[in-house]
Design a protein around this ligand. Sequence first.
Ligand code: PMV
Length: 351
Amino acid sequence: MKSVATAPAKIILFGEHFVVHGTKAILAAIDKRVTVTTTFTENKTIKINSELGTIEVPISFPLSIYQVESEFRPFIYLVNNMILAKQNVSGLEITIDSEIPIGVGLGSSSACCVAAAASISGLFKELSSEENLKMAIEAEKTNFPDTSGADCTVCTYGGIIEYDKINGIKKINNTSELYIMFVNSMIPHSTARTVEKVWEFKENNEERFSQLCALENELIGEVKLAMTNFSATAPQAKYANDDLNLIGQKMSENQQMLEEIGVSNRELQNIISILDEISYGSKITGAGDGGCIIALMNEGDDLRIGEEPQTPEGTDGYGPQLSILLRELVDRQAGWAKIDTKGVVWSKIEE
Ligand code: PMV
C-alpha cells in the first residue's frame, strides 16, 4: 500500500517577517506541488529519497533527528511521532518529488512538511487538517524554530488566507482572479539568517519596529477590505481596476517596509523597479535577501520573461524601452503563480 500526499507552494502577498513578531500576513497557495509517497518495506530502515539525495537509517525508536543532515530532520521527526506507538513496522520508504524550487521563498520546506505529515500518518491513521498542520509545524521547527507557522497553514488549507500567530487562519477568498507573476532573482537565501537579521533590527530600533508592525496591520486591513468586497459581492467577477491599483500600491508600500528592516538588496531592488514599470506593484515574497519577487499583473499579460526578445525593437507587443527592461530579466526564471484552492491532498493506493 502507498500513502501519497501532495501540498502546494505558497507566496506571501503581505506581511512576511512582521508575522514572526505577531502581526497579520496575507498568503496564497499556488499551483506548484510537492508529492510525498510513503510505503512499508521489510528492510528495518527508514529510507528517504529526494532530489537532495538519499539517506537510509536503521529503524530503532526513538530515532534521533541529529543523525541526519538538516534537510531530512523533519521527516525523521514525523516518523518518530507517527509510528513510535505502532509496534510492527519493519521499515518505511519515503519519496519526495517536487516541482517547487528550493530556497527561493516559495515555501518548499513547509510544503514538504505538510505533505510528509499527511503521507506518513496516512499509513496508520488519517489526521484532521488541524492535526496534520500541528505536526507539520513541529516538523518544520526541527530546522527553523522561529517559524510563524504561516507557510504550513496556507499549504494545508490552500486559497488566499489571512494569518497571525494568535488567531491562526482566516480564509479571505478562493478566487483565482489575481494574476501574480514571480521572478526568481536566482540569489539563494537562508530564511533563518534573514529572520535573525530582523530580530537584530528590532532590538536596535524598538520604537520604529513597533510602528512598522502597526503600519503592516493597517495596510493588511485595507487590502483585505478590497479583497473581501470582491468576493462578497460578485465571486465570479473580475477585480475592479481601483482594487488592483490599491493592492498593487500596498505591495509597493510593504516592499518599502521590508527594505527598511534590511531584507532587500540592490539586485532585488533592480528587479522590482523593472517590474514596477509593467505591473500594479511588486515586492519580495518570503524571507528576502534573495529568492523571488512577485508582481501583480493584468489578465492576459504575456511577458515571456526569460526568453530573448523576438525582434530587435523588443518582445512582441512592447515598446523598445520596456523591452530593454525585460531583456535585463532574461537570465531569471519567471512564471505565473496561479492560486491553488485545494491545499493538501491525500490518497491511499492499494497495490
Ligand atoms: O522564504 P520563506 O518561504 O522561508 O518564508 C519565510 C517567511 C518569514 O515570514 C520570513 C518567516 C515565517 O516563519 O513566517
